[in-house]
Design a protein around this ligand. Structure first.
Ligand code: SF4
Length: 452
């Protein structure tokens, strides 16, 4: 079971206060949803149980993006039913209530993604809140599932694109942005509570504000336009690293690079590109001007040489020929991205791509995946090796007896690499320190603190 609560006072256990267990699955966006539900539960006076046995009821926040995630979610629901018996399901897989009920008819209620009010209503129905809420037990920044020195900050929900392999828009709906004043207020509370790195997430971060027609809002008495550039600039005023995830390759990304060059936000872009062959990109219903992407990356690097680029790709999409795949490898060689994830295409129930002809045989998909990863491994290794000898600021994640695990500006938590510092040092998670990079491997760097 996932960690649910930082504190579980025994006094609450003894006093008949309703206790909720929580299982949080899926991506950082789902983590933010979980944190919101947990915060509300806490505010209403529920206690959070770290185990199934101590809970009166368990909420499972599911993921339903690909088949493997569906299986994992169904398994987690089954485990919660076996261990506790009273289970409410929410999250992306909630959009497929019939599947959940067919597999696990005993669940108490099923609510969908982004259905905050519905899940709270279901909890109230099956486990009423106490008369005396303990709102003072909720920290100002809310309940967080991440370590206390970094936090995900969700700026919008849903997506206006219709990539043919993706069912997110049908699960989570069209883009709905949060007003910029509200996002900035939450960011301020997080930083005040000790967060040193804000990870900005959304289905499509760069579209932020489009649905609101970039309407101005207020933060600390100042009018701010609700758009990604203004948000990034304003977040840059807070004393924290600001890292942007899930940027769609729109032209307006160009406007963010000067903010990185000026040190306002981290020189880091997580921009899923998915493929490089124009015909496959077209079949994916994605922007297909690969040449322009290469030119833009070159321009970005000229303006901000420190820029670290992360992307994800899909191989074996229906209709992908050898020539398409070669084009993808050639793109990789030219773009020299720092970090890359690659997935073999897998059909997702309800996705438009399922109707496309010419599926790629499974064996060929796996072969291409392997070749892709070999090519990228060499590039990533070379990119890391280029940093040996440099002096960089890193953020400490963990302090062990004989080693400190930190991250550089180029590394997002959980998905990128680490900077490993040998020896025992008087440091704490959340400290920023200056280091000299002394070595590199396939994924990580080694470093020594700058002393004196
Ligand atoms: S941009 Fe992302 S979330 Fe939106 S449809 Fe495409 S893959 Fe799905």
């Amino acid at each position: 079971m996932n960690p649910t609560s930082r504190s579980h006072p025994d006094s609450l256990r003894q006093s008949g206060i309703p206790r909720v267990g929580f299982v949080s699955l899926g991506c950082p966006k789902a983590t933010v949803d979980s944190e919101r539900i947990l915060t509300q539960l806490r505010a209403e006076g529920y206690a959070l149980s770290p185990d199934y046995q101590g809970a009166d009821l368990v909420v499972v926040n599911t993921c339903g993006f690909i088949d493997a995630a569906v299986d994992e979610s169904l398994e987690a629901i089954g485990e919660a039913l076996d261990e506790n018996g009273r289970v409410i399901v929410t999250g992306c897989l909630g959009a497929r209530a019939e599947l959940i009920r067919a597999t696990h008819p005993q669940v108490l209620a099923v609510t969908g993604a982004h259905a905050f009010a519905d899940v709270m209503q279901a909890v109230h129905r099956y486990l009423p809140p106490p008369d005396q809420p303990f709102a003072n037990l909720v920290p100002p920044q809310g309940v967080k599932l991440t370590p206390s020195h970094y936090a995900y900050l969700k700026i919008s929900e849903g997506c206006n694109h219709r990539c043919s392999f993706c069912i997110i828009p049908s699960l989570r709906g069209d883009l709905v942005s949060r007003p910029i004043g509200e996002v900035m207020a939450e960011a301020g509370r997080l930083v005040d509570s000790g967060v040193r790195e804000l990870l900005i997430v959304a289905q499509d971060t760069s579209a932020y504000g489009l649905d609101l027609r970039y309407r101005p809002d207020f933060w600390e008495g100042r009018p701010l336009r609700t758009d990604i550039e203004t948000l990034a600039r304003s977040l840059g005023e807070l004393m924290a690293w600001v890292r942007l995830h899930y940027i769609y390759p729109y032209p307006q990304v160009d406007q963010l690079i000067p903010l990185m060059a000026d040190g306002l936000i981290l020189p880091y872009l997580d921009m899923p590109l998915q493929h490089a062959s124009p015909s496959i990109l077209k079949a994916m219903r994605r922007p297909a001007a690969t040449e322009k992407v290469l030119q833009r990356i070159e321009g970005w690097r000229r303006l901000c040489p420190e820029l670290a680029l992360r992307s994800t790709f899909i191989v074996g999409f229906p209709g992908e020929t050898d020539a398409d795949f070669q084009q993808l490898l050639a793109f990789l060689q030219e773009a020299r991205l720092d970090r890359v994830g690659c997935f073999p295409y897998s059909a997702v129930e309800g996705a438009a791509a399922n109707a496309l002809p010419d599926p790629v045989p499974e064996r060929l998909k796996q072969e291409r995946l392997q070749r892709f990863m070999e090519v990228q491994a060499q590039i990533s290794r070379a990119r890391l090796a280029e940093r040996v000898g440099r002096r960089e600021v890193v953020l400490v994640d963990q302090v062990q007896d004989d080693c400190v695990i930190a991250r550089s500006q180029a590394d997002a938590p959980e998905i990128d690499g680490n900077v490993l510092i040998d020896g025992a040092w008087e440091l704490s998670p959340g400290d920023f320190i200056e280091v000299d990079i002394t070595g590199s491997s396939d994924h990580d760097l080694t470093a020594e603190p700058v002393t004196g």
